[in-house]
Design a protein around this ligand. Structure first.
Ligand code: SAM
Length: 285
């Protein structure tokens, strides 16, 4: 069966009485080249165990199963389980888990399911929960690499050059732990139903060590998040209201010490700037 053929998908879903759920971010791929290209760029091979999030009816799952040793796919929508049982029947190396990716212990899953294999992630993510999923993947140290299809705007922000106005605390968090790269775009008409925006494939590879050296990681992240708390305000105002013991003159003095303007905004700072700023402000935490 061709899992990317519009008529075949319609017939399959009709037979199973399936209705798309917007709240589950269900936009299924209908161009066979796209899952092929995503699987090809995922670095999956016979030494890999691949975690897929949200298999849908399985077009990407199938391409991953052809390349990897094992594929474990987590799907939240129980209505898709009988569909997947049918479409994945001829792939014995695919295991479907019914559950919410945000509630599953992924390190435990990786050591349980991918023993002796290199665990990686490849998925067409539900767009409404892209950031929490990416944050969870970053914190799941078992996975060195993840290749995900997400909204182009989000992918571009994650890869924004540090000090660029496109960035934010989430981009910096991602870049602190991962090397990030946008691989290619996917147009809205490659999906059923078509989303409103263009998508991009983002690849993240875990750094051997974080991008900058930081003494107190918890405080460093507090400073970074605090800098972006009040989006339209200067970093000075934002940090002073985010951190109870830090006052505006402390931040102004720290910025002056770093040769940065008192009126600078958070998005203009690099990871190194934040590491330096956190070090200077550490006595006020
Ligand atoms: N992989 C399929 C494809 O490319 O055609 C479907 C991708 S669709 C964008 C996202 C999928 O994620 C849907 O199948 C949806 O039901 C599933 N999903 C949504 N939230 C989820 C969650 N919290 N945990 C696991 N799967 C989820």
């Amino acid at each position: 069966m061709n899992l990317c053929n519009y008529d075949e998908i319609r017939a399959l879903l009709g037979r199973h009485g399936f209705h798309f759920s917007k709240s589950l971010g269900q936009n299924f791929l209908i161009d066979p080249e796209v899952p092929y290209d995503i699987a090809a760029s995922s670095l999956a091979d016979e030494t890999c165990g691949v975690l897929e999030i949200g298999p849908g009816i399985g077009p990407l799952t199938e391409q991953l199963a052809k390349r990897a040793n094992k594929v474990v796919s987590i799907e939240l929508d129980s209505a898709l389980l009988p569909v997947l049982a049918e479409t994945m029947a001829s792939y014995p190396n695919v295991e479907i888990i019914h559950g919410d990716v945000l509630k599953i212990d992924l390190n435990a899953l990786a050591s349980d399911k991918f023993q002796g294999l290199t665990p990686i992630v490849c998925a067409n993510l539900p767009y409404n929960i892209t950031s929490p999923i990416l944050a969870k993947l970053v914190e799941t140290t078992a996975f060195e690499t993840f290749t995900v299809l997400i909204q182009r705007e989000v992918a571009q922000r994650i890869c924004a050059k540090q000090g660029d106005s496109d960035g934010g605390s989430f981009s910096l968090f991602m870049q602190y732990y991962m090397e990030t790269e946008v691989l290619f775009d996917v147009a809205p008409d490659r999906f059923l139903p078509a989303p409103k925006v263009t998508s991009s494939v983002l690849r993240c590879v875990r750094r051997k060590k974080p991008a900058v050296e930081v003494e107190d990681e918890a405080f460093f992240f507090k400073v970074m998040r605090g800098a972006f708390l009040l989006r339209r305000k200067t970093l000075c105002n934002s940090l002073a209201s985010a951190l109870p013991k830090v006052e505006k003159p402390h931040v102004a003095a720290a910025l002056a010490e770093l040769g940065l303007s008192e009126n600078i905004r958070g998005e203009r700072l690099t990871l190194q700037n934040f590491a330096d700023l956190a070090k200077i402000l550490a006595p006020y935490q």
